[in-house]
Design a protein around this ligand. Structure first.
Ligand code: URA
Length: 234
């Protein structure tokens, strides 16, 4: 197998980045500095990147988690807070959270070692719809809804059009579903702040048509083959 493909399949980086690492002299095959286009025998050769041995990942792994609030979407937090990785059973290794949910946001999170899928789901140009259940602090009126749907200015830039469906009107707020196609920092919270409200509960319930069902907070399961195919073809 070509060395760049091998590194990509091991979840180290994309093929293009692998070529860069090879060019930089960071990659060795059996102790010899690799060149672009070299082949590796995946069963016998020892490949290192910056001195670290790379083990073959047989195939990619894909998990869905119901992220609880009170943890961060990183592999290791520099402030030593709890991370989503703390919720993974010990036998799940080498997967990474796809994109970010805030510390206080819960819900659907994908974890994988497939860099291409990560790129597909997170790159803004792909506009993958993500749906959230929101409970606001104060009631949201029709005027606010229409502003939010057509776009409000956050961090100096107007948000794209989005879909909002009111689920329940409460005395102290509104429950609604909002579907956005951008993934800006704290976007949903900031959108409601822009109309003078606050979000006091936020949960991602869908990515595209992939739903978060049947998982309690903090639980994780493998995605089915159908679900993986659906995401890969988004
Ligand atoms: N919007 C937010 O404000 N927070 C999230 O975690 C996701 C979307």
């Amino acid at each position: 197998m070509r060395i760049n493909k091998f590194l990509a399949e091991c979840g180290v980086c994309s093929r293009r980045k692998a070529d860069q690492l090879i060019d930089d002299g960071a990659v060795k095959i059996n102790g010899e500095t690799a060149s672009i286009g070299n082949d590796v025998n995946v069963d016998n050769d020892i490949v290192t990147v910056n001195g670290k041995i790379i083990n073959k990942v047989k195939k990619y792994d894909y998990y869905i988690m119901n992220k609880p609030k009170g943890c961060v979407c990183t592999v290791k937090d520099d402030k030593n807070r709890k991370t989503v990785m703390d919720y993974l059973p010990a036998d799940i290794k080498r997967v990474f959270p796809v994109g970010r949910l805030d510390y206080d946001t819960e819900g659907l999170l994908i974890l994988t070692n497939d860099g291409d899928l990560t790129f597909k789901l997170t790159h803004p140009k792909n506009e993958v719809p993500k749906t959230y259940l929101v409970k606001t602090e104060k009631p949201v009126d029709e005027q606010d809804l229409s502003k939010l749907r057509s776009g409000v200015v956050i961090d100096g830039v107007k948000t794209k059009k989005c879909n909002i469906r009111v689920v329940e009107k409460l005395k102290n707020g509104t429950k609604l579903h909002i579907t956005i196609t951008e993934g800006r920092n704290r976007q949903v919270r900031k959108m409601f702040e822009a109309v003078g409200n606050n979000v006091d509960f936020l949960k991602r319930i869908k990515i595209g048509d992939l739903q978060l069902t049947g998982l309690n907070r903090g639980e994780v399961r493998r995605l089915s083959a159908e679900e993986i195919n659906y995401l890969l073809n988004l």
